[in-house]
Write a protein that binds this ligand. Sequence first.
Ligand SMILES: Cc1cc2nc3c(=O)[nH]c(=O)nc-3n(C[C@H](O)[C@H](O)[C@H](O)COP(=O)(O)OP(=O)(O)OC[C@H]3O[C@@H](n4cnc5c(N)ncnc54)[C@H](O)[C@@H]3O)c2cc1C
Length: 313
Amino acid sequence: MGLVSTAVARAVPYLPKSLVRRVSDRYIAGDRVDQAIDVVRDLNERGARATIDVLGEEAADFSAVEATVDLYIHVLNEMDRLRLDSGISVKPTGIGLLIDEERCVAELRRLISHAHSIGRYVRIDMEDSRVTDATLRIFSRLRSEFPRVGAVLQACLRRTPDDAALLVEEGADVRLCKGIYREPKSIAWIDAECVRRNFVRTLEILLKGQGHVGIATHDELLVWDSLEMLRRKRTPRKRYEFQMLLGVDRELEQVLLDRAESLRLYVPFGEAWFEYSSRRLRENPAIAGHVLRGMLRRFDSATRAPTFAPQER
Ligand SMILES: Cc1cc2nc3c(=O)[nH]c(=O)nc-3n(C[C@H](O)[C@H](O)[C@H](O)COP(=O)(O)OP(=O)(O)OC[C@H]3O[C@@H](n4cnc5c(N)ncnc54)[C@H](O)[C@@H]3O)c2cc1C
């Protein structure tokens, strides 16, 4: 699948937008706030929580940043008005981290203090290794002002168990994921099994602390390993939750919900869906492989002409 995935990833910017849209539909709630809110309402009805992400590229200037923060504030107000069980996830480079760190902190503070005033949670997503240190630095500053803010660690990075130990000392809430960005071998585990072991090792460290842990994966073996560890340690359910991306594995979602596990879905939406999908596919062709496999499965089982429409999920 490697070469094919890379070819698909490279071809994405040249594919018709309508085709990319039909493929990415399953993973993205829509262009508009009301569409994201509808998806969250459905998830809440199924017993899952959500975190909404406004899709966007690295901000080009601070007028774009202000617009993004205003949109997030609107999303928060809608969640509050409709009493939805959801927080938000925000990417620091979309809030200007690569332009000016102090202004980025100021804009994040504006956003988080609004969220805080209505009792909503903000997760600061982790991006590529250019910004790992800055993101953790910003997180620690903002967490000292607002308790309802969380960090993310990526199991693919070799440094992650050490970062986890520091965050545990701070009592921080952490989402643990594998990491979506392709990083050099000098700083990252490349072998999939090493990434898994680093995930399990980091989870063990995080569970020693007092903070809440988000176990963000669709990897069945990791879900299984995590459940085993949680059972062995008799970890109370309020200390952790499982997290998944919208549209990836509805069956695994249901397996966890049926076990009365807490589950949160990451719900991206926004007008920048095309740029987001293309960039993600270019950055990590493995995702093109997942998407391609999904499309072929649908192709296989179709009894009529193949459709790329989202599966009923
Ligand atoms: C809630 C949540 C928040 C995240 N936040 C961040 C973050 O802040 N920073 C960051 O770097 N990464 C983030 N990620 C992405 C994460 O790092 C991984 O890239 C992604 O979850 C895939 O890894 P996996 O553990 O599911 O294992 P994999 O082995 O990659 O996937 C397991 C199975 O899930 C399916 N699958 C996984 N991803 C996709 C996909 N995108 N499309 C279709 N099928 C897929 C495939 O069938 C695959 O076989 C987040 C993931 C989740 C679930």
